[in-house]
Design a protein around this ligand. Structure first.
Ligand SMILES: Nc1ncnc2c1ncn2[C@@H]1O[C@H](COP(=O)(O)OP(=O)(O)OP(=O)(O)O)[C@@H](O)[C@H]1O
Ligand SMILES: [Mg+2]
Length: 285
């Protein structure tokens, strides 16, 4: 008789996370008001799986992303990455743990420091971990740029010399350089036009398949999530109101908000142009 298979460990566990923002006091003696923006959020990501979150503006998606990235501490609940409670870690330990989870932001114009050359931008997470070996940093940066369809010679250039799509590739190269298990991408393609969106999404899909990195992908657009994720969470007013495979949710939405969202999305079902190669992307962007 074969031994029972041990249960697989989750990559990310978000357990009963609620969050309240404290607002400025309206008057000198008035009590400080607060607003609850997340209510009892629970979900997991398994290794190799990617999860997408859609929801209207103000639903709490970016707040959740910041809590998962341990940039803020939730009012209650736990976030565990590879079994470790991120918010209970001493700062030095958290700094090292950051190698396992990185973030890609919405705006590729403001997320890259215009005064820094690309090699410094791309190696920033490694330098934050204490890596000072210049030759090694250059080598890793070249490897990462080539991995995302750019070229080693681009390392000496500045962000303003690149298009929006190329800048988002640079941001992905920066996120990949520590070989993270999870990349949290908050609206990574919404600042790009539709053809460039597809190229960046195809790159993310290819990285998921080849490097094995998981994405937590936040978007307004269900079609974007459909492209990359096995599970879709729908957020509305700080709550997860629906979850399932993107196909399930698109075909049979149950919550009124999801129904309205799907009804407003003519692109679903028409498919996106698929799988351009990295070499061709370089010419296309
Ligand atoms: N620092 C803050 N202080 C007080 N309230 C905040 C703060 N940051 C966000 N909020 C509020 O929390 C709620 C959720 O905001 P959040 O940015 O997480 O939404 P979102 O789903 O990412 O929206 P969008 O799709 O527009 O990016 C909103 O009502 C917002 O006004
Ligand atoms: Mg947001």
């Amino acid at each position: 008789m074969s031994a029972p298979t041990p249960p697989r460990a989750t990559l990310l566990d978000v357990q009963h996370v609620s969050h309240r923002y404290r607002l400025p006091r309206p008057g000198l003696l008035a009590p400080r008001p607060s607003v609850k923006v997340l209510h009892d959020i629970c979900f997991s990501i398994w290794p190799g799986q990617s999860v997408g979150i859609v929801g209207e503006s103000g639903a709490g998606k970016s707040t959740l992303a910041r809590l998962i990235m341990a940039l803020e501490t939730p009012t209650s609940g736990r976030v565990r990455l590879l079994g470790r409670d991120l918010h209970a870690m001493p700062a030095a330990q958290l700094r090292l743990a950051r190698a396992d989870f990185q973030m890609v932001f919405q705006d590729p114009y403001s997320s890259l420091d215009p005064r820094q050359r690309i090699w410094r931008i791309v190696t920033e997470p490694l330098r934050a971990l204490g890596q000072r070996d210049h030759a090694l940093l250059q080598h890793k940066a070249a490897e990462m740029l080539e991995r995302v369809g750019l070229q080693a010679r681009d390392l000496q250039r500045y962000p303003h010399e690149f298009s929006g799509g190329q800048r988002q590739r640079i941001a992905i190269a920066r996120a990949l350089i520590t070989r993270p298990r999870l990349i949290v991408a908050d609206e990574p393609v919404s600042a790009l036009d539709v053809t460039i969106q597809t190229q960046v999404l195809d790159l993310m899909l290819e990285l998921k398949q080849t490097v094995g990195v998981s994405f937590l992908l936040i978007s307004h657009d269900v079609a974007v999530i459909h492209h990359l994720c096995e599970e879709l969470l729908v957020m509305h007013r700080g709550r997860i109101v629906e979850r399932g495979s993107p196909a399930q949710v698109v075909q049979a939405p149950r919550h009124p908000y999801t129904k309205a969202l799907i009804a407003a999305m003519p692109r679903i079902g028409q498919g996106r142009r698929h799988a351009t190669t990295a070499e061709h992307d370089d010419d296309l962007i």
